[in-house]
Design a binder for this molecule. Structure first.
Ligand SMILES: NC(=O)c1ccc[n+]([C@@H]2O[C@H](COP(=O)([O-])OP(=O)(O)OC[C@H]3O[C@@H](n4cnc5c(N)ncnc54)[C@H](O)[C@@H]3O)[C@@H](O)[C@H]2O)c1
Ligand SMILES: O=C(O)CC[C@H](O)C(=O)O
Length: 310
């Protein structure tokens, strides 16, 4: 039996957590021989339900930060930023005091990238690399679009990249992706043979998917978001092998992105440590899109900092 983990799920009464808790408890994330406290049945030793962050985050090994207000139809992202960043300031301060210094944190609550930055800023004793945000849902959506276009299973498509913000400025990029069709692995652009689709409809569909779900359900995505959060944390704990995944991580300036932004990059993960995939060729089209989403993140971060300091 592996060591017992303490797993925190914030917003545990909400619609994403409704699907997330079950997957965590049944071993889909940390493995089937792993005990997880503070979630729910099957591999559980204990559950603690609390609204006190000092209790919730005490000795945490992993945290799914889901608790935040979701956007509804008619709301702007700015409305969310105002409502949600202060939650992450208070939770960061608590984590700083009581969580393990190697706690691994995924922020799901929107605006996820900026909330993760704020959380990290207010938990300075925990390494910045331990704070990430979720863009795996966008990656899964992008993979699904390509798979459907080519008539293959989602798992046959690899190394799709999401650059930047989990928002409508994100850049889903298949320039370095590959697909296996009838046993043969080829670059996605070669298989799709439709540059105009890849540069327009594909990107727009992935960028707008969250808004389309809100329009259709009058609620934001839930089960797919929970599944993506599990994918993200499982890969962080178990590794990515020779594939890449996309995660919002703190920028070290890679690919010319402002240092300190929580920017989604392609990463490899080994021994529970992520590293940004380096050396990819960035053409003019990609450069423009990567910079546009970075500009939005810079603006968001500045607004969030002002809100936290007000
Ligand atoms: N990053 C992504 O890909 C992605 C995808 C889908 C949704 N989201 C975001 O995830 C968040 C949660 O979505 P949901 O549909 O589960 O919302 P929800 O409203 O169903 O659940 C959120 C829960 O958080 C709780 N909460 C509010 N303030 C809190 C606080 N200060 N501390 C702890 N808990 C608090 C609420 O009581 C509620 O139970 C939203 O911000 C949504 O926009 C992100
Ligand atoms: O609020 C939004 O636009 C997106 C909601 C959610 O993050 C999603 O991607 O489904």
């Amino acid at each position: 039996m592996a060591e017992t983990l303490k797993v925190v799920v914030t917003g545990a009464a909400g619609q994403i957590a409704y699907s997330l808790l079950f997957s965590v408890a049944k071993g889909d994330v940390f493995g089937k021989d792993q005990n997880c406290c503070k979630s729910c049945p099957l591999f559980l030793l204990d559950i603690v339900a609390t609204d006190d962050p000092m209790v919730a985050f005490k000795d945490a090994d992993a945290a799914f930060m889901v608790g935040a207000m979701p956007r509804r139809e008619g709301m702007e992202r700015k409305d969310l930023l105002k409502a949600n960043v202060k939650i992450f300031k208070a939770q960061g301060q608590a984590m700083d005091q009581v969580s393990k210094k190697n706690v691994k944190v995924i922020v799901v609550g929107n605006p996820a990238n900026t909330n993760a930055c704020i959380l990290s800023k207010y938990a300075p004793s925990i390494p910045k690399a331990n704070f990430t945000c979720m863009t795996r849902l966008d990656q899964n959506r992008a993979q699904a679009q390509i798979a459907a276009k080519l008539g293959v299973g989602n798992d046959q498509v690899s190394n799709v990249i999401i650059w930047g913000n989990h928002s409508s400025t994100q850049f889903p990029d298949v320039a370095h992706a590959s697909v296996t069709i009838q046993g043969k692995t080829v670059p996605v652009p070669e298989a799709v043979k439709d540059d105009s689709y890849l540069k327009n409809e594909f990107i727009k569909t992935v960028q707008q998917r969250g808004a389309a779900v809100i329009k259709a359900r009058k609620l934001s995505s839930a089960m797919s978001a929970a599944k993506a959060a599990c994918d993200h944390m499982r890969d962080w704990f178990c590794g990515t092998g020779d594939k890449w995944v996309s995660m919002g991580v703190i920028s070290d300036g890679s690919y010319g992105i402002r240092e300190g932004l929580m920017y989604s990059y392609p990463v490899r993960i080994q021994d529970k440590t992520w590293s940004i995939v380096q050396g990819l060729t960035i053409n003019e089209f990609a450069r423009e899109k990567m910079d546009a989403t970075a500009a939005e993140l810079s603006e968001e971060l500045d607004a969030a900092m002002a809100e936290c300091e007000a």
